[in-house]
Write a protein that binds this ligand. Structure first.
Ligand SMILES: Nc1ncnc2c1ncn2[C@@H]1O[C@H](COP(=O)(O)OP(=O)(O)OP(=O)(O)O)[C@@H](O)[C@H]1O
Ligand SMILES: [Mg+2]
Length: 236
Protein backbone atom coordinates (compact mmCIF):
# COMPACT_ATOMS: atom_id res chain seq x y z
CA UNK A 1 0.00 0.00 0.00
CA UNK A 2 1.33 3.36 -0.99
CA UNK A 3 0.27 6.02 1.53
CA UNK A 4 -3.41 5.30 1.28
CA UNK A 5 -5.53 7.42 3.57
CA UNK A 6 -9.30 7.54 3.85
CA UNK A 7 -12.17 7.95 6.26
CA UNK A 8 -15.53 6.24 6.10
CA UNK A 9 -18.41 7.87 7.99
CA UNK A 10 -20.61 5.73 10.19
CA UNK A 11 -23.46 4.04 8.36
CA UNK A 12 -21.98 4.63 4.94
CA UNK A 13 -21.96 2.01 2.26
CA UNK A 14 -18.37 2.23 1.10
CA UNK A 15 -17.14 0.40 -1.98
CA UNK A 16 -13.44 -0.38 -2.19
CA UNK A 17 -12.77 -1.08 -5.83
CA UNK A 18 -9.78 -1.88 -7.99
CA UNK A 19 -8.40 -4.40 -10.47
CA UNK A 20 -6.96 -7.80 -9.53
CA UNK A 21 -3.92 -7.36 -7.35
CA UNK A 22 -4.67 -3.71 -6.52
CA UNK A 23 -4.50 -4.38 -2.79
CA UNK A 24 -8.16 -4.57 -1.74
CA UNK A 25 -7.97 -7.83 0.19
CA UNK A 26 -4.63 -6.84 1.68
CA UNK A 27 -6.18 -3.61 2.98
CA UNK A 28 -9.11 -5.52 4.48
CA UNK A 29 -6.70 -7.94 6.14
CA UNK A 30 -4.78 -5.03 7.66
CA UNK A 31 -7.95 -3.30 8.84
CA UNK A 32 -9.24 -6.44 10.52
CA UNK A 33 -6.06 -7.51 12.26
CA UNK A 34 -5.22 -10.44 9.99
CA UNK A 35 -2.11 -8.81 8.61
CA UNK A 36 0.19 -6.39 10.38
CA UNK A 37 1.02 -3.28 8.37
CA UNK A 38 4.66 -2.22 8.29
CA UNK A 39 3.57 1.41 8.57
CA UNK A 40 0.48 3.48 9.15
CA UNK A 41 -2.47 3.40 11.47
CA UNK A 42 -6.20 2.96 11.50
CA UNK A 43 -9.03 3.71 13.91
CA UNK A 44 -12.29 1.77 13.82
CA UNK A 45 -15.32 2.94 15.82
CA UNK A 46 -12.97 5.03 17.93
CA UNK A 47 -10.55 2.19 18.69
CA UNK A 48 -6.97 2.43 17.46
CA UNK A 49 -6.45 -0.80 15.58
CA UNK A 50 -3.05 -1.74 16.88
CA UNK A 51 -3.54 -0.96 20.58
CA UNK A 52 -7.15 -2.08 20.91
CA UNK A 53 -7.38 -4.94 18.48
CA UNK A 54 -9.70 -6.98 20.68
CA UNK A 55 -12.13 -4.08 21.05
CA UNK A 56 -12.02 -3.67 17.26
CA UNK A 57 -12.69 -7.35 16.71
CA UNK A 58 -15.77 -7.18 18.94
CA UNK A 59 -17.41 -4.52 16.82
CA UNK A 60 -16.51 -5.74 13.35
CA UNK A 61 -17.77 -8.58 11.20
CA UNK A 62 -15.52 -9.93 8.47
CA UNK A 63 -16.16 -11.92 5.34
CA UNK A 64 -12.64 -12.55 4.06
CA UNK A 65 -11.71 -13.49 0.54
CA UNK A 66 -10.66 -16.97 1.61
CA UNK A 67 -13.48 -18.29 3.70
CA UNK A 68 -12.38 -19.31 7.17
CA UNK A 69 -14.76 -22.25 7.56
CA UNK A 70 -14.20 -25.39 9.59
CA UNK A 71 -14.92 -28.06 7.03
CA UNK A 72 -15.68 -30.79 9.53
CA UNK A 73 -18.47 -28.84 11.21
CA UNK A 74 -21.99 -28.58 9.88
CA UNK A 75 -23.23 -25.12 8.93
CA UNK A 76 -25.33 -25.04 12.06
CA UNK A 77 -22.41 -26.03 14.28
CA UNK A 78 -20.23 -23.40 12.69
CA UNK A 79 -22.75 -20.66 13.39
CA UNK A 80 -23.15 -21.88 16.97
CA UNK A 81 -19.40 -21.73 17.33
CA UNK A 82 -19.27 -18.21 15.86
CA UNK A 83 -22.07 -16.91 18.09
CA UNK A 84 -20.58 -18.37 21.26
CA UNK A 85 -17.12 -17.12 20.35
CA UNK A 86 -18.52 -13.59 20.17
CA UNK A 87 -20.00 -14.02 23.62
CA UNK A 88 -23.68 -14.49 22.76
CA UNK A 89 -25.67 -16.68 25.14
CA UNK A 90 -26.53 -20.21 24.08
CA UNK A 91 -30.20 -19.31 23.55
CA UNK A 92 -29.45 -16.16 21.61
CA UNK A 93 -26.93 -18.03 19.47
CA UNK A 94 -29.52 -20.70 18.64
CA UNK A 95 -32.20 -18.15 17.87
CA UNK A 96 -29.96 -16.13 15.55
CA UNK A 97 -28.58 -19.27 13.90
CA UNK A 98 -32.10 -20.48 13.11
CA UNK A 99 -33.10 -17.10 11.71
CA UNK A 100 -29.94 -16.73 9.64
CA UNK A 101 -30.23 -20.24 8.19
CA UNK A 102 -33.85 -19.61 7.19
CA UNK A 103 -33.10 -16.13 5.86
CA UNK A 104 -30.27 -17.36 3.66
CA UNK A 105 -32.11 -20.50 2.45
CA UNK A 106 -29.62 -22.78 4.17
CA UNK A 107 -32.09 -24.68 6.31
CA UNK A 108 -31.96 -27.89 4.32
CA UNK A 109 -28.17 -28.01 4.59
CA UNK A 110 -27.91 -27.10 8.25
CA UNK A 111 -26.95 -30.65 9.24
CA UNK A 112 -24.56 -31.22 6.34
CA UNK A 113 -20.77 -30.92 6.77
CA UNK A 114 -19.33 -27.74 5.31
CA UNK A 115 -16.85 -29.81 3.30
CA UNK A 116 -19.84 -30.95 1.20
CA UNK A 117 -21.24 -27.44 0.64
CA UNK A 118 -21.33 -25.72 -2.72
CA UNK A 119 -19.37 -22.50 -3.16
CA UNK A 120 -22.44 -20.31 -2.71
CA UNK A 121 -23.51 -22.20 0.43
CA UNK A 122 -20.06 -21.64 1.90
CA UNK A 123 -20.21 -17.96 1.13
CA UNK A 124 -23.64 -17.64 2.74
CA UNK A 125 -22.49 -19.55 5.83
CA UNK A 126 -19.44 -17.32 6.20
CA UNK A 127 -21.63 -14.26 5.73
CA UNK A 128 -24.03 -15.48 8.42
CA UNK A 129 -21.10 -15.98 10.78
CA UNK A 130 -19.90 -12.43 10.06
CA UNK A 131 -23.33 -11.06 10.98
CA UNK A 132 -24.32 -13.12 13.99
CA UNK A 133 -22.97 -10.77 16.68
CA UNK A 134 -24.55 -7.59 15.21
CA UNK A 135 -21.30 -5.89 14.22
CA UNK A 136 -21.13 -2.09 13.88
CA UNK A 137 -18.80 -2.34 10.90
CA UNK A 138 -18.83 -5.03 8.22
CA UNK A 139 -15.84 -5.83 6.03
CA UNK A 140 -17.04 -7.86 3.08
CA UNK A 141 -14.55 -9.07 0.49
CA UNK A 142 -16.56 -10.00 -2.62
CA UNK A 143 -19.71 -10.96 -0.70
CA UNK A 144 -21.80 -11.63 -3.79
CA UNK A 145 -19.28 -13.63 -5.73
CA UNK A 146 -20.70 -17.11 -6.36
CA UNK A 147 -24.11 -16.35 -4.88
CA UNK A 148 -27.16 -17.05 -7.05
CA UNK A 149 -29.46 -14.18 -8.11
CA UNK A 150 -32.18 -15.09 -5.62
CA UNK A 151 -29.89 -15.11 -2.60
CA UNK A 152 -27.98 -12.21 -4.13
CA UNK A 153 -31.09 -10.08 -3.88
CA UNK A 154 -31.75 -11.26 -0.33
CA UNK A 155 -28.18 -10.41 0.64
CA UNK A 156 -28.07 -6.99 -1.02
CA UNK A 157 -31.41 -6.04 0.55
CA UNK A 158 -30.06 -7.09 3.93
CA UNK A 159 -26.83 -5.14 3.51
CA UNK A 160 -28.78 -2.06 2.53
CA UNK A 161 -31.02 -2.44 5.57
CA UNK A 162 -28.01 -2.79 7.86
CA UNK A 163 -26.47 0.37 6.43
CA UNK A 164 -29.74 2.22 7.04
CA UNK A 165 -29.54 1.08 10.67
CA UNK A 166 -26.12 2.70 10.96
CA UNK A 167 -23.86 -0.28 10.25
CA UNK A 168 -20.83 0.82 8.26
CA UNK A 169 -20.15 -1.26 5.16
CA UNK A 170 -16.71 -1.68 3.69
CA UNK A 171 -17.09 -3.86 0.68
CA UNK A 172 -15.26 -4.96 -2.42
CA UNK A 173 -16.76 -6.15 -5.67
CA UNK A 174 -15.80 -6.49 -9.28
CA UNK A 175 -19.44 -6.30 -10.25
CA UNK A 176 -19.57 -2.60 -10.76
CA UNK A 177 -23.25 -2.20 -11.52
CA UNK A 178 -23.99 -3.82 -8.15
CA UNK A 179 -21.43 -1.56 -6.48
CA UNK A 180 -23.00 1.45 -8.19
CA UNK A 181 -26.45 0.52 -6.90
CA UNK A 182 -25.31 -0.18 -3.34
CA UNK A 183 -22.57 2.29 -2.52
CA UNK A 184 -22.92 5.82 -1.18
CA UNK A 185 -19.27 6.35 -1.80
CA UNK A 186 -16.38 4.49 -3.42
CA UNK A 187 -12.61 4.46 -3.43
CA UNK A 188 -10.79 3.14 -6.46
CA UNK A 189 -7.29 1.81 -5.93
CA UNK A 190 -4.75 0.65 -8.44
CA UNK A 191 -1.41 -0.96 -7.60
CA UNK A 192 -1.64 0.12 -3.99
CA UNK A 193 -2.52 3.73 -4.77
CA UNK A 194 -5.75 5.59 -4.28
CA UNK A 195 -6.81 6.92 -7.68
CA UNK A 196 -10.24 8.32 -6.80
CA UNK A 197 -12.57 8.65 -3.86
CA UNK A 198 -16.01 10.09 -3.28
CA UNK A 199 -19.55 9.74 -4.50
CA UNK A 200 -19.94 8.80 -8.14
CA UNK A 201 -21.08 12.37 -8.88
CA UNK A 202 -17.98 13.82 -7.22
CA UNK A 203 -15.64 11.51 -9.11
CA UNK A 204 -17.41 12.25 -12.39
CA UNK A 205 -16.94 15.97 -11.78
CA UNK A 206 -13.30 15.69 -10.66
CA UNK A 207 -12.31 13.50 -13.57
CA UNK A 208 -14.32 15.29 -16.19
CA UNK A 209 -16.27 12.31 -17.32
CA UNK A 210 -19.81 12.82 -18.56
CA UNK A 211 -22.73 13.16 -16.18
CA UNK A 212 -24.19 9.90 -17.42
CA UNK A 213 -20.96 7.89 -17.09
CA UNK A 214 -21.52 4.69 -15.13
CA UNK A 215 -19.21 3.52 -12.37
CA UNK A 216 -17.83 1.00 -14.86
CA UNK A 217 -17.06 3.78 -17.37
CA UNK A 218 -15.26 5.77 -14.67
CA UNK A 219 -13.37 2.72 -13.44
CA UNK A 220 -12.18 1.79 -16.92
CA UNK A 221 -11.11 5.33 -17.62
CA UNK A 222 -9.14 5.68 -14.40
CA UNK A 223 -7.64 2.25 -14.13
CA UNK A 224 -7.24 0.93 -17.64
CA UNK A 225 -5.95 4.14 -19.19
CA UNK A 226 -2.36 2.94 -19.43
CA UNK A 227 -3.08 -0.73 -20.06
CA UNK A 228 -2.00 -1.88 -23.50
CA UNK A 229 -4.34 -4.34 -25.09
CA UNK A 230 -2.50 -7.41 -26.20
CA UNK A 231 -3.82 -9.78 -28.81
CA UNK A 232 -3.75 -13.54 -29.20
CA UNK A 233 -1.81 -14.28 -32.36
CA UNK A 234 -3.58 -17.59 -33.03
CA UNK A 235 -7.08 -16.16 -32.97
CA UNK A 236 -7.85 -14.56 -36.30
N1 LIG B 1 1.94 -9.54 3.27
C1 LIG B 1 2.16 -9.02 2.08
N2 LIG B 1 3.28 -8.29 1.85
C2 LIG B 1 3.54 -7.77 0.66
N3 LIG B 1 2.71 -7.91 -0.42
C3 LIG B 1 1.60 -8.63 -0.27
C4 LIG B 1 1.25 -9.21 0.99
N4 LIG B 1 0.06 -9.84 0.83
C5 LIG B 1 -0.30 -9.66 -0.46
N5 LIG B 1 0.61 -8.94 -1.11
C6 LIG B 1 0.57 -8.52 -2.55
O1 LIG B 1 -0.32 -7.43 -2.66
C7 LIG B 1 -0.91 -7.41 -3.95
C8 LIG B 1 -2.38 -7.17 -3.80
O2 LIG B 1 -3.06 -8.35 -3.45
P1 LIG B 1 -4.57 -8.34 -2.97
O3 LIG B 1 -4.94 -9.75 -2.66
O4 LIG B 1 -4.78 -7.34 -1.90
O5 LIG B 1 -5.33 -7.85 -4.27
P2 LIG B 1 -6.87 -7.61 -4.54
O6 LIG B 1 -7.05 -6.17 -4.84
O7 LIG B 1 -7.68 -8.18 -3.43
O8 LIG B 1 -7.09 -8.43 -5.89
P3 LIG B 1 -8.30 -9.41 -6.37
O9 LIG B 1 -9.27 -8.51 -7.05
O10 LIG B 1 -7.65 -10.30 -7.35
O11 LIG B 1 -8.87 -10.11 -5.18
C9 LIG B 1 -0.55 -8.75 -4.60
O12 LIG B 1 0.44 -8.49 -5.57
C10 LIG B 1 -0.03 -9.58 -3.45
O13 LIG B 1 0.94 -10.49 -3.89
MG1 LIG C 1 -8.92 -9.72 -3.29
Amino acid sequence: MDHISFRVARGRFFGFLGPNGAGKSTTIKMLTGLLRPTEGEATIEGHPLERELLAVKRVIGVLPEELPLYERLTGEEYLHFAGRMYGLSREETRRRTDELLAFLSLEEERGKLIVDYSQGMRKKTALAAALIHSPRVLFLDEPLNGIDPISGRVVTDLLRRLAQKGVTMFFTSHVLDVAERLCDEVAIIDRGRLVAQGTLEQIRAQREVGQDATLEDVFLKLVAADVRREDLSWIG
